[in-house]
Structure formats: C-alpha cells, structure tokens
Design a protein around this ligand. Structure first.
Ligand code: ADP
Ligand code: 5GP
Length: 217
C-alpha cells in the first residue's frame, strides 16, 4: 500500500456559511462520494423540524443536559445560535480521526474558531461557502420550503453576521454552480489529506528508505 493511504490521520472538515448557502446539500454529496467520511451529529436545544431524526440530524437535548455535557468537558465546541444552544460532542470525533476517518462539521463561525484554536486545530480544514448574492440566498431559503416567513426573515437578518467571518477560513468557495462547488470541495479535501501531518506513516517509510539506501552503499 502506498504510504499516504496507510495509517492516515483523519481530518476535521468544517463547513460554514450563512443558512441557505448550501452546507447540508454539499455535506450529503461529500458523504455519497466517500462513505468513510463521518458526520459530526451536533447536540442542540432547538426543537426538531418535521422530518428530522433524533441521533441522525441532531441529538435533540434539554438545556439542562446540554449544560451538563459542556461542564463535563464533553463538547469539542459549543455556541448559542438563533436563540438555541448547539455543540459538537467530542468522543465520536476523537474515535473517528484516530481510526483515520475524516469528520465533517456543519457548524457556525464560533464553533469553527473554537475547533481551529483547540489541540485538534492542526488537523482541521475549514471551508466557508458564500452565496452568489443575497437575493439568491433568500431564494434558496424560500425554495427549500422548510421555514415559515418569520424564520426566513430571522435567518436573513443573521446572514451578514455569519458572512462577515469568511476571512478566517482556510478556503472560501462561492457556491454558484453546485457541481463545480462539489468538485472544488473534493479537490481541497484530497490535497489536505496529503499534508505531511496527516500521514504519520511517512516517518516509517523514510526510515525504510534510509535503511535501504545505506544497505546499497
Ligand atoms: P444550508 O445547509 O447551508 O442551510 P441547504 O444545503 O439546505 O443550505 O441549501 C438551501 C437550498 O438551496 C436547498 O434547497 C438546496 O437544494 C439549494 N441549493 C444549494 N446549493 C445550490 C446551488 N449551488 N444552486 C442552486 N440551489 C442550491
Ligand atoms: P439549524 O438550526 O438551521 O440546523 O442550524 C443553525 C446554525 O447552527 C447553522 O449555522 C449551523 O451551522 C449551526 N450549528 C449546527 N450545529 C452546530 C454546532 O454543533 N456548533 C455550532 N457552533 N454551530 C452549529
């Protein structure tokens, strides 16, 4: 096996954007592309939307349970978004990356910043999705047909707050053409998997090369 495929360390892939720019759609496509990519199922205190499955879309928890997990140190990051608490449970992420699997996070800028500044920051790839225009962002939120007018209004009001943090991400993609954005995301992920720090097996490979080199002298 080529060394870059052996004993790989998993990446923490963070996708952020204003609501409606395309995170969930692209996350689904990435997981269809590589079924080994794990999705970090966040805990949230918000109520489930129709069709959302507990344990799959989110872990829907009470405020008390959420605060308990935070004070126990069980959350990799957490934030207050749209009046509710959201957080990424730490355990499943550590297990996945130690097993060489990437973990995909659909989280806001506050969570992205906390993970990037954590011990796992060096294994993090952060990507921000921008909409082609604010008008198109609204069109997508309306077209998704998931939220009532009030909720869409609130999401639109918050959109600039999220967009204003685009500058602190490793990569920024304008999600105009969905297929093109998907291809660009795959390219970025493939390249980042090849970073030296993601390939602990390189040390052994280099040692073997050195040994072989010396034997041939
Ligand atoms: P988010 O998860 O960021 O809130 P979604 O993935 O739910 O956003 O996307 C919002 C809506 O926009 C969905 O109906 C989705 O099908 C649509 N959408 C996503 N990307 C594009 C794109 N590049 N062009 C047109 N529509 C898109
Ligand atoms: P929604 O309620 O629409 O599912 O999510 C609202 C916002 O919360 C989105 O911007 C989403 O990325 C963010 N979010 C979801 N889960 C988490 C999480 O675990 N941590 C943080 N910081 N943000 C999250």
């Amino acid at each position: 096996m080529a060394p870059q495929q052996a004993n790989r360390r998993g990446l923490l892939i963070i996708l952020s954007s204003p609501s409606g720019a395309g995170k969930s759609t692209l996350a689904k496509r990435l997981r269809a592309w590589d079924s080994d990519i794990r999705f970090s199922v966040s805990a949230t205190t918000r109520a489930p939307r129709p069709g959302e499955v507990n344990g799959q879309d989110y872990h829907f928890v009470s405020v008390e349970a959420f605060k308990h997990d935070v004070s126990n140190g069980d959350m990799l990051e957490h934030a207050h978004v749209f009046g509710n608490f959201y957080g990424s449970p730490k355990g499943p992420v550590q297990d996945a990356i130690n097993a060489g699997q990437d973990v995909l996070f659909d989280i806001d800028w506050q969570g992205a910043q906390q993970i990037t500044n954590s011990d796992l920051g060096k294994h993090t790839l952060s990507i921000f999705l921008l909409p082609p225009s604010i008008t198109e962002l609204r069109r997508r939120l309306e077209g998704r047909g998931q939220d009532d007018a009030d909720t869409i209004g609130r999401r639109m009001e918050k959109s600039w707050d999220e967009i204003s943090h685009w500058g602190s991400y490793d990569h920024v993609l304008i999600n105009e053409d969905l297929d093109e954005t998907e291809e660009n995301l795959k390219t970025i992920i493939k390249a980042t998997r090849l970073r030296r720090i993601q390939q602990p097996a390189l040390i052994e490979h280099a040692r073997n090369l050195q040994q072989e080199f010396e034997e041939l002298q």
